[in-house]
Write a protein that binds this ligand. Structure first.
Ligand SMILES: Cc1cc2nc3c(=O)[nH]c(=O)nc-3n(C[C@H](O)[C@H](O)[C@H](O)COP(=O)(O)OP(=O)(O)OC[C@H]3O[C@@H](n4cnc5c(N)ncnc54)[C@H](O)[C@@H]3O)c2cc1C
Length: 477
């Protein structure tokens, strides 16, 4: 099918397969079209967008998956401009909440450290440690690349917990209520398991910036990005191989098995499944071993429309520390984030489950999940259950790469040893801390790496722009 607008004029151009129509694959397709090629997207789901899905239901505008769009996502914002979507993007409420002692304390995301140091949430001693963390953070900030986080590999030796204890003497309340609860609230994992690089990444590149939202939800961006592309939905790619002058994909859809040939391909599926999809692709066994070692988290989300917004909570996104509830990682208040998401006077919250709990919850029925979330929510927002007007439960079997100390140093080896000059390039989120901007950058980089080969095959039609990501090709701006 052609997605929304008929762009059949591009059908005569060299075809490039894009496996996966999430933000990474859609970005790759956008860049391929801009460079004069005809992308063909293939996705096993019955819709585009991957982990982005906005749903309008019972008067509520709900994000079932991704929700935060920080100003640090500059590559995403550039595409927003290119798509003419500037007016759809609005400033969002940028307060971050930290639950403690029956209250949600608020910090401004663009002034996290300044506000934390002034906040009554932690003691004077912890404030000193936080100020030190702010200084370390400022030093590491410029090394935290969305395109390849092995750039921060030299700091990747320990977990955030160990780093805070050893270098800052930060433990106890400040650690539990600020550091661990932030890691939980953003990533849905514990801070004594992952790489410390993730902590710096999230402070610099996600929370420590101002937030935006799309007026009609994140899917507004996806719809614009997908418009006009040839997309095969409900189609699972089983195998992709390089041939003498192109690539050949085998995929299965409701009509059976198919083979599709093209000049090249971009693969944006989860990393641990890539080696099986691409037999013979990796000549260096360590590359294959690295990808197979990647673990992915799960998440369950409950959007809950309420007749009255919780009183006194002005934050758009709030973290819940383990000591209050070990299972619920945090919640967004969509009515604080952007206007037009709720019926008059109502509120809309989305609660998210930590990965260890989501492992079980993804298999439970809606009633059980609803009850579980409301039990946790009541500990922070007492009385919320009495105001519930509408709920929707969403289950996600793969969300982010579950990092570990050393992962980004291993990524550096992968980047050095990976195949070069192939007709198959890899996008996806394993190149850096997992998020939409990382997915976007990897889609752009995959196309940038393919273009010299594609352009050697055949010159694209004259007059098409050939700028990919930040770099211009062939000297054309
Ligand atoms: C609940 C939740 C909240 C989130 N919140 C945020 C947030 O606030 N901010 C943020 O930046 N990020 C957030 N994320 C993460 C973000 O959505 C992902 O990082 C991003 O979607 C990854 O993009 P991607 O294109 O690499 O992968 P995906 O979005 O997962 O897309 C990959 C696509 O590949 C398809 N596919 C897989 N295998 C095959 C195959 N063999 N054949 C065909 N198709 C295949 C899948 O069906 C999927 O559609 C959140 C995610 C979830 C689930």
């Amino acid at each position: 099918m052609l997605y929304k607008t008929d762009m059949s004029a591009s059908v005569d151009r060299p075809r490039v397969l894009v496996v996966g129509a999430g933000p990474s694959g859609l970005t790759a397709a956008h860049r391929l079209r801009g460079a004069g090629f005809h992308p063909v997207l293939i996705d096993q789901r019955d819709r585009v967008g991957g982990q982005i899905r906005t749903r309008r239901e019972a008067g509520y505008l709900m994000e079932e998956g991704a929700t935060l769009l920080p100003s640090a996502y500059r590559p995403v914002l550039r595409i927003v401009e290119e798509l003419g979507l500037h007016d759809a993007l609005i400033p969002a409420g940028s307060r971050v909440g930290f639950a403690r002692d029956g209250q949600v304390h608020e910090l401004r995301s663009e002034a996290l450290f300044r506000d934390a140091v002034r906040s009554p949430i932690v003691s004077a001693r912890s404030k000193l440690a936080l100020a030190q963390l702010g200084l370390v953070n400022a030093r590491i900030g410029k090394h935290l690349s969305y395109e390849d986080l092995s750039s921060a590999g030299r700091w990747d030796h320990e977990t955030p917990k160990r780093f805070c204890e050893r270098h800052l003497g930060l433990s106890g309340e400040a650690y539990d209520y600020l550091i661990d609860s932030t890691v939980r609230g953003v990533l849905g994992v514990r801070s004594d398991t992952i790489s410390v690089v993730e902590l710096f990444f999230m402070i610099n590149n996600i929370l420590g910036t101002t937030l935006y939202a799309f007026r009609n939800g994140y899917s507004e961006y996806i719809e614009a990005l997908a418009a006009g592309h040839e997309v095969r939905l409900g189609a699972t790619v089983r195998e992709l191989v390089e041939t003498a002058d192109g690539v050949r994909a085998s995929y299965t859809d409701a009509d059976g098995d198919h083979v599709e040939e093209a000049a090249a391909a971009v693969v944006t599926i989860r990393g641990d499944r890539i080696p099986d999809l691409l037999p013979g692709y990796f000549t260096d066994p360590s590359c294959e071993a690295f990808l197979r070692s990647l673990r992915y988290t799960k998440c369950v989300v409950m959007n809950v429309g309420v007749t009255t917004p919780p009183p006194g909570v002005r934050a758009s996104v709030s973290n819940i520390p383990e000591s209050i509830d070990p299972g619920v990682m945090g919640f967004t208040c969509e009515h604080n984030k952007a206007p037009g998401r709720v019926p008059d006077g109502h509120g809309l919250l989305a609660f998210l489950a930590m990965t260890e709990h989501a492992e079980r919850l993804v298999r439970e029925d809606d009633d059980t999940v609803r009850e579980w979330f409301l039990r946790g929510a009541e500990k922070v927002l007492p009385g919320l259950s009495d105001t519930v007007d509408h709920t929707r439960i969403s289950r996600w079997n793969e969300v982010i790469v579950y990092s570990r100390p050393g992962l980004y140093r291993e990524l550096g080896e992968f980047v050095r040893r990976r195949p070069r000059g192939s007709r198959i390039e890899l996008g996806g989120i394993f190149w850096s801390s997992s998020n939409i901007c990382t997915a976007t950058c990897s889609g752009e980089r995959a196309v940038r790496d393919l273009l010299p080969l594609l352009r050697a095959d055949a010159s694209p039609p004259a007059g098409v722009p050939v700028t990919v990501g930040e770099r211009a090709l062939d000297g054309v701006a």
